[in-house]
Design a protein around this ligand. Structure first.
Ligand SMILES: [Zn+2]
Length: 142
């Protein structure tokens, strides 16, 4: 999934749990669950830059709205596993070689299923995931 999707879900989970350690654990766990949901990924650097900018924008908006450090820890922990994918892609671009990379994170190395779906449906599943998590957490906390 896009980093902004992972970050948004981790942010909400971290804010809900209110403990920085639990926020990090939930953020990492949410990455695995979200990667299993059929979704589209991108393969162009410009999309990665836009995705990163969206993460920064969501973080800034959340801080201004009063999100605490637990929310940010959750968001960062949820998004950080995709850093290995970004680094591998940038290395491939630099070397201009289609070399195979060894990934560590279980939803990236094949240990746990990684769902795939073409756009626009692969984007719709990401939007729906954020909305469902937001709705569930909102109703659970009210
Ligand atoms: Zn991932």
């Amino acid at each position: 999934m896009y980093a902004v999707t992972h970050f948004s879900v981790g942010l909400m989970l971290g804010q809900a749990v209110g403990n920085p350690y639990a926020a990090c654990a939930l953020g990492l766990a949410s990455h695995i669950v979200l990667d299993a949901i059929p979704h589209s990924d991108y393969s162009r650097i410009v999309h990665g830059v836009l995705d990163f900018a969206a993460v920064v924008a969501i973080a800034c908006i959340s801080i201004r709205a009063g999100a605490g450090r637990c929310a940010l820890f959750g968001g960062l922990a949820a998004a950080i596993p995709d850093l290995e994918v970004a680094v591998a892609y940038l290395r491939m671009e630099r070397d201009r070689s289609p070399c195979k990379h060894e990934f560590l994170f279980p939803s990236h190395n094949g240990l746990i299923r990684h769902g795939r779906l073409r756009p626009p449906w692969g984007v719709c599943t990401q939007i729906a995931t954020v909305v469902v998590v937001w709705t569930l957490l909102r109703s659970a906390l009210v």
